[in-house]
Design a protein around this ligand. Sequence first.
Ligand code: HEM
Length: 287
Amino acid sequence: MSGEPSCPFGGPAPEHSAEQAHRDFSRSLSYGDYLHLDELRSAHQPITDAHDEHLFIAIHHVSEVWLSLIVRELQAAMRLLDAGITDAPLKMLTRVVRAQEQLTAAWDVLKTMTPADYLQFRGAFGQASGFQSQNYRMVEFLLGNRNSTLLRPHEHRADLHRPLAAALHAPSVYDLTLRLLAARGLPVPAEVLQRDYAQPYQTNEAVLASWLSVYCDTETYWDLYELAEKLVDVEDNFRRWRFNHLTTVERTIGFKRGSGGTSGVGYLRGALDVVLFPELWDVRTQL
Ligand code: HEM
């Protein structure tokens, strides 16, 4: 008897080597072709020799990719809400919530950059700032944080300005949700439904009362209740991103002005007070 353990199932061992993998891509689409990795790599262009500039650029790139996914998912969810559909958008909003978690997780990597590391390349990018991120502004406009002055940095690029301006004047995800509330017979005043969308949303007592009805009778309004809680998840995560940004900024540049021209930490601290879906927070006090 040999000392080799015998396989009870017999047969040849499965092939785990790379031998059978496709290797000739001279006439077929490869991984890199499909994902346009040459273009992706070519977008990564540090201006200095500073080691940490690579990290700084990479974190901004991944954040922009997540933000554009969030824009796409929000827009798709909003089209369905506009058509009166409540279940399918939940899946898209769940994806938004997960993507926001990835965005927020990026701060943990960026935090490894010290102020001294940052100062080695800070001078190179001049007035460029996340403040000018069209994707981020689009997310804010879709969620309802409306401010027409924030269109200004995009005026020199019609292709970026046009969709942002359109989003500023269209109903937000919350406006569409309130329409659904009204469609279910819950009182939502006309001045809320026909408001000037370019202005920030104002808290309304009748809307609060309608949400109270939903939260007190979840059996009847389960779909609206689920949608409301999903919106709270989105706003909760948005607040976390803002807070982590603020803390990262403070530990990196202290109270210096931002590269985008604002007061820096003071400006970002003000943004922490923005409330996107006010009645969904207020209803908790009423319950
Ligand atoms: C150490 C790294 C960072 C510093 C020091 C920093 C600093 C700042 C400052 C001071 C502002 C205020 C506007 C200004 O005057 O520039 C700002 C805004 C902004 N930053 Fe950053 N930032 C950093 C990383 C990031 C990253 C990784 C992102 C990801 C996309 C980002 C996105 C934004 C956005 C979207 C705004 C606009 C926020 C608003 O208007 O409410 N920042 N940043």
